[in-house]
Design a binder for this molecule. Structure first.
Ligand code: 26Q
Length: 798
């Protein structure tokens, strides 16, 4: 086991009791599970605070360059276990709580997920914060303190139902409110320009108040701050209305102001053009920039030093208004010449692109943009003019066709622009940013995503972690490439048995949990085939369920053949307005009901859709997975990060050559990865073929029969037409080429069956996936950003 902190169990228990008594006002006799959870959290937090202060002090002493990570999303999940694991307090915390008569695991499980993000981009930001602290890089995360995170998902008759997420119902143990850190922000109004001097007079104001959460790195050596902004009314209520007896009216300004940080936009691509969203983006960005300049001013009095002291990373274009806003602060408010302001801003800013999907590239109508941010619209034009002057051959601009294009704006205002996998970064140079790349060939670079091994192996998979540490020591926890040292052990049958035992026990735990929560019984000996991610046509959950249907039909036709038993596990949310994605969820649930009820086949094939996918559910599923489904249409998934978590935890991939799958396959070896499907180049050629879907269906009787089963109501007998829309789409336009990739997917899945039937061979493959996934640590990714983009240094050691 990983060794532990020097704090004794007794000391720790006393601290818990002290918090329970004096901070929560509860006596141990009457304390409920949430009281114990709060007391434990505060006791853990105590241990973080000293390191947090020390880190801040050291950053000032060293006059270090700081990194500011601006993101509309931080998909944190739970923090308690993370803190306990990173501070190496696992034994003390468990013993202390047990000694107090409490169930340690139940106390940890009481913490709600902080679901302040939609999916990959938000979870990446959370992994990055943890790695920044582990590496001792001085950094702040800046985001919004949404009152409601991503909606809670349940199913009614197979259909997705959304309910608000209320993670703040109980007090949030980790944050410190900072009433003194408050900025007033304006919207709307008019601009008066006199020569080079512009004065913006907004008409609407709102205050931003900071809440700080310390983020501790491995072994508590360093802790950075996640600073989330909450919107507050300038005046708590309207006294005039109140005095007139209009109590609702009196409360209105307050309610209106607070809408800005009320709820996370539950869409990860398409929900665009909404005024409130632009307000949220400006609110985050403007508050962060004021805070950054305030901190800079407290240390330096030469704005020329900005790029050497401040690195600002834009997590996608959502905070792209940082470009014009920083120029405005430096030029309008601090009086620097415009060109100099622009140069300094660009020296600080860099931008990460997370998608090439055209519908996900943000743009704002100039009417709306100019109404809310009139001065910024003028500055966007001046940025375009300056860029045009410097690059007379250019054809692109940030403002075009009545729109402000946030991708172009971010590119022009950043000194570095990165993609998130090798394939994706390459595609950036040939597709959306082709023209800008020609003008600035040194600006685009790649930083392949990674995941934090503390959460995604050490903490979520204690059985495998213990085996690894027993075998090679604990150095892997912050140097994940050390997993390579496992390779020689994989040939030792006794070692491989232990590896298999860990996987089996994880599967048995998951099966028991599924039985408890869903009432569905699954046998841990079956293959656990898992696809968990947001619902999206390009991610092709419908390809997976079509294969399940075809597989079921084949088993029914040949019940005595040598089938490899498998359970297909799905989880994921659909954006509330994405009706096609919601239909796919319902179809999977309908198929699940029919197939699981079939006594002839259910020992060979089952389908389970688990509701309310979130970080905590991922932590439960990934260690128990045998097979990782990464089956997006090639060229569409920028990177993926779930794919890395599965490989690390010993689930080989069935996947396309898309995003980071390409690099995973290179690292784990082609023989340990089940490849299928068209490449990104082939995809475009295939789409150009007239009737490509119909041709694919005509050529594959299994696909044809599966679609017919859906179309004739096999899974919706009470409403046979329910899925006509899906069938029509897949037989007609089929933009994401489900039909065209089906036959090869089927082939790959049968190869998976054969491989899994040889359990020794399979476990070898699984263990090789673990041993060779070290490169996918977010520590490696962050070191890459520090070296190639931020020019930031670790302050650990020395
Ligand atoms: C935009 C405008 C209005 C409302 C919402 C949005 C919005 C919100 C979230 C647009 C996109 C997102 C999220 C995108 C995302 O999660 N992308 C994923 O990023 C991961 C981390 O780099 C990659 O691994 C995934 O491949 C990519 O899909």
């Amino acid at each position: 086991m990983v060794s532990s902190n020097t704090l004794t169990t007794t000391q720790f228990r006393d601290t818990i009791i002290r918090h329970l008594t004096y901070n929560l006002g509860k006596d141990a006799e009457h304390a409920q599970v949430q009281d114990w959870r709060m007391a434990l959290s505060l006791a853990v937090r105590d241990q973080i605070v000293d390191s947090w202060f020390a880190s801040t002090r050291r950053s000032y002493e060293k006059q270090a360059k700081r990194v500011y990570y601006l993101s509309m999303e931080f998909l944190i999940g739970r923090l308690l276990e993370d803190g306990i694991v990173n501070l190496r307090l696992v034994d003390q915390a468990r013993d202390a709580l047990t000694g107090l008569g409490q169930d340690y695991d139940a106390v940890l499980a009481d913490e709600p997920d902080a679901a302040l993000g939609n999916g990959g981009l938000g979870r990446l930001a959370a992994c990055f914060l943890e790695s920044l602290s582990t590496l001792g890089c001085p950094a702040y995360g800046y985001g919004l303190r949404y009152e409601h995170g991503l909606f809670r998902q349940s199913f009614k008759d197979g259909r997705q139902i959304e309910a608000p997420e209320t993670w703040l119902l109980q007090q949030h143990a980790w944050e410190f409110e900072r009433p003194e850190a408050r900025f007033r922000l304006g919207f709307g109004g008019t601009v008066e320009v006199k020569g080079d001097k512009a004065t913006w007079t907004p008409t609407e104001f709102v205050d931003a108040e900071a809440y700080d959460t310390p983020i501790v790195g491995w072994q508590g050596r360093w802790a950075n701050t996640l600073r989330l902004w909450s919107a507050k009314a300038v005046d708590p209520f309207d006294l005039d209305s109140f005095n007139r007896g209009d109590f609702a009216g009196a409360a209105e300004p307050e309610a209106l102001a607070r809408t800005i940080s009320r709820v996370l936009y539950p869409d990860d691509t398409t929900d665009q053009g909404k005024e409130l969203r632009l307000k949220q983006e400006y609110f985050l960005t403007a508050s962060a920039l004021r805070d950054i300049l305030r901190r800079f001013d407290s240390e330096y009095n030469d704005l020329g030093l900005l790029p050497s002291k401040v690195a600002i990373q834009l997590n996608d274009t959502h905070p792209a208004i940082a470009g014009p806003e920083l120029v405005r602060l430096l030029h309008d408010e601090r009086g620097l010449p415009f060109d100099e302001a622009m140069t300094l801003a660009r020296g600080c800013l860099s931008y990460t692109n997370h998608t090439l999907l055209p519908e996900a590239l943000e743009s704002w109508g100039e009417g709306l943009f100019g109404k809310l941010l009139p001065r910024h619209l003028q500055i966007v034009d001046r940025i375009d003019d300056a860029h045009a002057k410097a690059n007379p051959t250019r054809k692109v601009s940030a403002r075009a066709d009545g729109q402000v294009k946030m991708g172009e704006l971010s590119f022009i205002m950043a000194h570095k622009v990165n993609g998130v996998s090798a394939l994706h970064s390459g595609l950036m140079t040939t597709t959306v940013f082709e023209e800008l790349h020609r003008l600035h060939p040194d600006r685009i670079l790649n930083q392949t995503n990674g995941v934090t091994p503390r959460r995604w192996l050490l903490s979520c998979n204690p059985r495998l972690s213990s085996l690894i540490t027993d075998t090679i020591g604990e150095g892997w926890v912050d140097d994940l490439e050390q997993l390579k040292a496992l390779e020689p052990h994989i040939d030792d049958p006794a070692w491989l048995d232990r590896y298999a035992q860990a996987k089996h026990d994880n599967k048995a735990d998951l099966a028991a949990w599924i039985k408890d929560t869903q009432g569905i019984e699954i046998d841990p000996a079956m293959m656990f085939d898992v696809q968990i991610k947001r619902l999206h046509e390009y991610k092709r959950q419908h390809l997976n369920i079509l294969e399940a249907i075809a597989h079921w039909q084949e088993i029914k036709a040949n019940p005595d053949a040598d089938w490899t038993p498998r359970v297909k596990i799905f989880a994921g949310k659909a954006a509330p307005g994405y009706f096609f994605a919601k239909d796919i969820i319902r179809l999977i649930n309908d198929v699940s009901a029919v197939i699981n009820a079939d006594a002839d086949t259910r020992h060979l094939l089952q389908v389970v859709f688990l509701p309310n996918y979130n970080v905590t559910l991922a932590e439960r599923l990934i260690p128990a997975a045998d097979l990782s489904e990464q089956i997006s249409t090639a060229g569409k998934e920028a990177s993926g990060t779930g794919n890395m978590k599965f490989a690390l935890n010993g689930a080989p991939t069935v996947g396309t050559l898309d995003g980071a799958n390409v690099e995973i396959r290179e690292h784990v070896g082609a023989e340990n990865f089940f490849l299928f499907g068209m490449t990104a180049d082939e995809v475009d050629a295939r789409r150009a073929i007239d009737g490509h879907a119909a041709k694919a269906i005509a050529a594959d009787p299994r696909l044809k029969a599966a679609l017919e089963a859906i179309e004739t109501g096999t899974f919706s007998p009470e409403e046979p037409t329910r899925y006509h829309n899906i069938v029509e789409n897949l037989s007609g336009p089929d933009y994401f080429l489900v039909a065209s990739d089906f036959t090869d997917y089927w082939r790959a899945q049968r190869e998976v069956d054969t491989a899994f039937a040889d359990q020794k061979g399979w476990m070898r493959m699984a263990a090789l996936n673990t041993a060779r996934s070290g490169w996918f640590s977010s520590d490696r990714t962050i070191q890459g950003y520090m070296d190639d983009i931020w020019d930031a240094k670790s302050l650990l050691g020395g």
